[in-house]
Design a binder for this molecule. Structure first.
Ligand code: NIG
Ligand code: FE
Length: 407
């Protein structure tokens, strides 16, 4: 077997057992051919002549390899910031109060509408680079700060450009129903109509999104409006996902399960009785402990029930300018452990195999296995638990994306 490159001399956390354990291969070897994993196993079992036949042999020098980390829920493309709102919240204002006063999401909408496409790209790029530095090789990004046809398309085009001009795999999600834009004040159904009949067809026609999301919440859209958008998405053949049960139990998760959503995200107010529906629909629960932290939320998602019912739990930053200005997936891993009681093993599964499933990409990325994309991260750590244990360190040596080593 002639590999394009072969990694030896270190340990592998394959995450290949569907989230049950790290899938450790000590003293492992990983051979790559044409951007995909061609061989993986203990170095002692490498086919004879594999090292001599490989074009490049990389020495891991005792380091660890994990699948490239996947941040499956972000709002990373935006302009401006909301530091002033952070200060207001610390003085006692709540997130819904700030939203009702025209701040919150709508303040970022004003900044995004005012920014040109290049400006939006240049402001988003450093955040993507910060994510990369934390080990991220795949990044989902949502629209939803444009809220009109031109500006939603502008956001999605910036995601396309980030995907093309950086090594990171950027997976775009259309979140036209993120908030009600001011020009539709009092006419939410008319806005939903615009999302369904003007924005979505353009998104589909130009191949600008891999999934459709909605903010289903008292300060967002009702379950009825959400369903209307889901029906349209399904009719266009696009999978759905949902911001559900972040601030109240609106039964969004139940609705999402009916539509076989890829994921339901946030879930602090999810009723434990509804969890079996998620399990039956093979829907991923995406935990967003950064928003929990910034909003000083006290109610936690029903983790034990999710775990006991076998619902895959992904972990993500929810990177956004309001409720989670966090650009390190490893901080989200740590918070998922400390706040929500995940084990470091569950946290790593949450940013690899389960995050891949939340994007419908489980056959491509998120595990180290033969025929998967050669997307992985090489770390200077002594055990994989360290990835969730430390905060503020930089143990990432480099990442490999589609077989290519990136800085
Ligand atoms: O996931 N909940 C809605 N959307 C984001 C917040 C976005 C914002 O505040 O700008 C979230 O928390
Ligand atoms: Fe979000």
């Amino acid at each position: 077997m002639n590999f394009d490159s072969l990694w030896t001399g270190g340990h592998l956390a394959t995450m290949a057992a569907g989230g049950r354990g790290y899938g450790v291969i000590e003293n492992g070897a990983l051979g790559v051919k044409n951007g995909r994993i061609a061989w993986i196993g203990p170095a002692g079992k490498l086919p004879l002549g594999a090292a001599e036949g490989a074009a490049v042999v990389e020495d891991l020098a005792g380091g660890w390899v994990t699948p490239g980390l996947i941040d499956c829920h972000t709002h990373l493309v935006y302009a401006g910031n909301r530091a002033a709102e952070f200060e207001m919240r610390l003085k006692g204002a709540s997130y819904p109060e700030i939203a009702a006063a025209g701040g919150g999401i709508l303040s970022t909408v004003r900044s995004v509408r005012a920014a040109g496409s290049d400006e939006l790209y240049m402001q988003s790029l450093p955040r993507l680079q910060a994510m990369r530095a934390s080990g991220v090789t795949t990044l989902e990004v949502k629209s939803g700060y444009g809220l009109d046809v031109a500006n939603e398309m502008k956001m999605l085009a910036v995601m396309q450009r980030l995907n093309a001009q950086t090594p990171v795999r950027v997976v775009p999600t259309f979140l036209g129903a993120h908030a009600l834009p001011p020009e539709f004040e009092g006419r939410p159904d008319a806005y939903v109509d615009l999302v369904v009949n003007a924005m979505l067809p353009l998104v589909v026609k130009n191949g600008l999104a891999a999934a459709v999301d909605v903010f289903c919440e008292t300060i967002g859209f009702t379950p009825e409006q959400t369903e209307c958008i889901f029906q349209a998405a399904v009719s266009h053949g696009l999978p759905v996902k949902l911001h559900a049960e972040q601030l109240s139990d609106s039964k969004g998760a139940v609705l999402a399960a009916r539509y076989r959503a890829l994921s339901v995200d946030h879930l602090e107010y999810l009723n434990a009785d509804d969890v079996p529906l998620l399990a039956a629909a093979a829907c991923v629960a995406v935990l967003l402990p950064g928003a929990f932290y910034y909003l000083k939320e006290s109610r936690k998602p029903p983790i034990d029930t999710l775990r006991n019912c076998g619902v895959p739990m992904a972990v993500s930053t929810d990177a956004n300018p309001g409720t989670s200005p966090i650009f390190s997936i490893r901080i989200a891993m740590n918070m998922a452990c400390v706040f929500f009681g995940l084990t470091p093993e569950e946290a790593l599964a949450g940013v690899t195999c389960h995050a891949a499933r939340a994007l419908g990409l489980q056959d491509e990325i998120g595990t180290l296995a033969v025929n998967r994309a050669a997307d992985f991260a090489v770390w200077d750590i002594a055990s994989p638990a360290e990835l969730a244990y430390h905060m503020g360190d930089s143990p990432l040596r480099y990442t490999v994306i589609n077989g290519k080593r990136t800085a």
